[in-house]
Design a protein around this ligand. Structure first.
Ligand code: ZN
Length: 363
């Protein structure tokens, strides 16, 4: 979609079985390592239901949506579980000698069901993307990305993540990006490794992206209840501070980055960083379907109110639940403080500008 040649090249698959785990986003570690049990009710389904009804009524082609934050992974039926959106409306207390608090609750009317197999995932995800006229920026398992891309080349924009230098050499990384298959660098998630995005061990990779004009997505945000002391001992909340990007950005003045998860909940730093760095955008992934809706809207509203409505990208952090796409779209469609133009910017126009896409290819 607006990118040059989409040809497949073997070199783009180098080392990606190793690169996948650290590139995983947001909730993955927690989601797959903590037993779920019933938590508080998941309160608000109205947004989703009204969106679903709306979608069914429309047989005409919907206006395009670009989801900049999708993860490709193999489905493990033993670990794929249903999920209630906005489950972090309660983060129960616990103690080190008690059972760890539940991470995902199932106490809602209609939990989102995980895909049952790789084939089921591919079929449902790509059918949804077609029905909702969506294009997905996808990182993660290289085999899965190639399969999705082969079936729907116009709907998949492959992205290549690296979160520490052990995953892939700088040379192999450059070869992979130069092959033409990968158009984006991400998800870069040094926070999960206890590392700042300005750590010099990542600098040569950012230099390659800067030189090749490849946009970069960097995870800066929260990780859910107990991320550091229950699920991932290396994780540090403080390493999600948007200001930690400043040194790296100063070393790479032509690098175009977007801050994944919008640096939630550090809105003041996020606004200051975007003010100081005109090429920095944010995405809304992860927190728009996990935190309480009021909190999500307060954060998004503040970003828009501060003048950054043209720098917000729509994204989900999609993992295993096909209906998460509709759920997350509903959050934006029901944001009554946004104009229709502002919603179109978030869903589409801002991503077209950020990724240098050609809007006529979406008509
Ligand atoms: Zn992330």
């Amino acid at each position: 979609m607006g990118f040059a040649n989409n040809h497949k090249n073997q070199s783009d698959m180098i080392s990606f079985s190793q690169a996948t785990p650290a590139g995983r986003s947001f909730w993955i570690t927690s989601y797959f390592s903590i037993e779920y049990k019933t938590m508080l009710p998941c309160l608000i389904l109205a947004a989703v239901l009204s969106f679903q009804a709306n979608a069914q009524e429309q047989s005409a082609k919907r206006p395009p949506i670009i989801d900049v934050h999708v993860h490709a992974m193999k489905v493990n039926p033993n670990f794929s579980r249903p999920m209630c959106p906005w489950f972090l409306n309660s983060m129960p207390g616990s103690g080190p000698n008690q059972e760890a608090p539940s991470f995902i609750n199932l106490d809602c009317v209609d939990p989102l069901q995980p895909a049952a197999s790789d084939a089921d995932m591919q079929e449902k995800l790509l059918a949804t993307a077609e029905r909702l006229n969506m294009t997905l920026v996808v990182s993660g398992d290289a085999d899965v990305i190639h399969k999705w891309h082969a079936q729907a080349p116009d709907r998949i924009i492959p992205s290549l993540g690296v979160s520490n230098a052990d995953q892939i050499s700088v040379e192999a990384f450059r070869d992979s990006l130069s092959s033409g298959f990968y158009k984006v660098m991400g998800e870069v998630a040094p926070q999960y490794q206890g590392m700042s995005p300005s750590d010099m061990s990542l600098d040569a990779y950012f230099a390659v992206a800067e030189e090749l004009g490849i946009p970069v997505g960097i995870h800066m945000g929260t990780g859910g209840n107990g991320m550091a002391n229950i699920t991932n001992a290396n994780y540090r909340a403080s390493l999600g501070q948007p200001f930690l990007l400043e040194d790296m950005l100063a070393r790479h003045p032509k690098l175009k980055i977007w801050v994944m998860h919008a640096g939630y909940p550090m809105i003041d730093q996020m606004i200051a960083l975007m003010g100081a760095n005109a090429y920095v955008y944010v995405d809304l992934a992860g927190f728009i379907w996990s935190y309480p809706l009021e909190e999500i809207h307060a954060y998004l509203k503040r970003l828009v109110q501060a003048g950054f409505g043209k720098r917000i990208l729509y994204g989900t952090d999609f993992m295993v639940w096909p209906k998460l796409l509709e759920t997350s779209i509903g959050v934006i469609e029901n944001a009554n403080y946004l104009s229709e133009d502002q919603k179109r910017d978030i869903f589409f126009n801002n991503a077209v500008r950020f990724f240098n896409l050609d809007p006529s290819e979406f008509e």
